[in-house]
Design a protein around this ligand. Structure first.
Ligand code: BGC
Length: 366
């Protein structure tokens, strides 16, 4: 299944949808600095900017060190910034990277639709822009995208929820609730759509029942990917819709929110539901091993950062970049050439083998 439409829909803004229509048929023009011939495009010791969002999950924290080490190890100067203060801080950081002469700017956006002016500045300065993990929306000024296959992440989560429910009780109906990520993150809707591609037919045929009735993305979102927001919503759902009824399963888009939901259910004194996750955070991997959280997704940050750095090296050397997806990620204005990595589902069944190469999780899961 191609993700063209799904990623387009991630831009849940009417204006973006309108732009997508006008952009129909437009093909990627490629990066001005991605030459196909030989010769260095820029000096080897150039500055590379990396703008990361807030520390909403462990993967971002890991990425900071990996980018710093990997870029400096390759001879570049690295300017890696978090924007814990929010969108305007990230906008200022990207502008500063442009001013400092960064040749490539890698962006993990807080809000992929709010960086238009800064990405235009980057483009005008001749820098190449790579969207990292999260797509940059509604702009022509993004050259490449590197990420795990976000739609596939959602599909794996939806399937894991069904599998976990069946393992607990051979047949339905099962009561479930749906949680989504932050609506300003372009990935959140893609994860949700992937999961719903598996779950919706089962909701429609009555196998799954969402007692709250909250089945739309807008109803399921968790602002800022914040644990407290998910926990509060879970508390409200349990009180409002699960008096004597059991909650059998919860679609959670990541580990931070999965643990928040589990905390809420524990506080309500209810049996633990099957809960999905993502990111292979240490606490969640331990929780899976303890039989609490049902699943997570292995998206090894080291591989993602490594590929982003490979892109930078290829750009520097004036080489053609390796792209494995040319038509899935329409950002509302253009289809962004992407390199997608495959996510892996992890449950109790494969938790001992999934992380053998991981320096942190390997020893924990032995
Ligand atoms: C990332 C997830 C992460 C979430 C919250 C998403 O864009 O793809 O891995 O859980 O942000 O930080």
């Amino acid at each position: 299944m191609r993700m063209f439409g799904k990623a387009g829909k991630a831009a849940a803004v009417a204006a973006i949808a309108a732009l997508a229509l006008t952009a129909c048929g437009r093909t990627d023009s490629g990066s001005s600095s991605s030459s196909t011939g030989g010769g260095e495009a820029f000096p080897k010791d150039s500055l590379i900017g990396v703008a990361l969002p807030q520390k909403t999950s462990e993967n971002w924290v890991l990425a900071e060190k990996l980018f710093n080490d990997g870029l400096t190890g390759a001879g570049f100067k690295a300017d890696v910034q978090f924007a814990n203060g929010g969108v305007s801080e990230q906008q200022n950081q990207i502008s500063a990277m442009v001013t400092k002469g960064a040749k490539v700017i890698i962006v993990g956006a807080i809000d992929g639709a709010q960086l238009g002016t800064q990405l235009q500045q980057a483009k005008d300065s001749g820098a190449t822009v790579i969207a990292y993990d999260r797509l940059l929306l509604n702009t022509d000024n993004v050259d490449y995208y590197v990420a795990y296959d976000n739609f596939k992440v959602g599909v794996l989560q939806g399937q894991a929820l069904l599998d976990g429910l069946k393992a607990k009780k051979p047949s339905g109906p099962y009561n479930i609730e749906l949680f989504a990520g932050s609506p300003d993150d372009a990935n959140a809707k893609v994860f949700f759509d992937g999961a719903m591609s598996v779950l919706k037919p089962k909701i429609d045929d009555g196998t799954l029942k969402v007692l709250s009735g909250q089945t739309s993305f807008e109803q399921a979102v968790t602002q800022g990917w914040k644990a407290e927001n998910a926990q509060r919503r879970a508390d409200t759902l349990l009180t409002g819709s699960y008096g004597t009824a059991s909650l059998d399963g919860v679609l959670s888009p990541n580990d931070t929110l999965a643990r928040a939901v589990l905390t809420s259910v524990k506080a309500a004194g209810k049996p633990l539901p099957v809960v999905t996750g993502q990111d292979s955070e240490v606490e969640s991997v331990k929780s899976i091993m303890a039989g609490e959280q049902y699943s997570t997704i292995n998206k090894d940050t080291r591989k993602l950062v490594e590929h982003a750095i490979t892109m930078v090296k290829d750009l520097q050397a004036g080489k053609q970049l390796e792209i494995n997806d040319k038509d899935s990620y329409n950002n509302g204005v253009k289809t962004v050439p992407a390199f997608l990595l495959p996510p892996q589902i992890v449950t109790m069944e494969n938790v001992k083998t999934a992380y053998v190469d991981d320096p942190v999780l390997g020893p924990i899961t032995k």
